[in-house]
Design a protein around this ligand. Sequence first.
Ligand code: GDP
Ligand code: MG
Length: 176
Amino acid sequence: PYPTEIREYLYKILVIGDLGTGKTSIIKRYVHNIFSLNYKSTIGVDFALKVIQWSPDTVVRLQLWDIAGQERFGNMTRVYYKEAVAALVVYDVTRPKTFEAVTKWKADLDSKVSLPQAWGGGPIPVILLANKTDLQDEASTSLDPAEMEKFATSAKDNNNIEDAARFLLTEIMATE
Ligand code: GDP
Ligand code: MG
């Protein structure tokens, strides 16, 4: 009997991590459900928009920011991080160096962006993605498999990406 009021939210989400870890692939998989073995990296910033019907009266637009090329320097400018409310940090399970870089990416993030004051001003929620698990030989990892499982994604096999995004969004919506 009453007109339903639809609430709409727009959130900026950063996808960061070393070159070649699969950031672009994860975004393409999540937003367009496609996978390719070669994405040409365009220089600059790329955006992808994922629209989610979060609940019957809530629509969420996730604006995913993909870095292209600049990640080789291991940090981003403050302007790039501005107003982001969450981030995905990606590493490649077949290249340990990209895991070592995760701490550096998290530190870079925390030094340049925080939640709005209205949300407490703390660090933005971040989820770590261990990507390319389809290529991983189980025996070759020194990390606890049960621990690993929580972060394991494959853009190729479409494993866990949707769940990771949902988890992050639950964190964000809890602060709203
Ligand atoms: P970015 O530089 O972090 O954006 O990485 P890309 O998304 O361009 O991926 C780098 C390479 O890894 C490409 O050849 C992708 O096809 C490949 N790749 C990305 N994710 C996966 C994955 O989950 N499994 C496999 N086997 N390859 C992947
Ligand atoms: Mg890329």
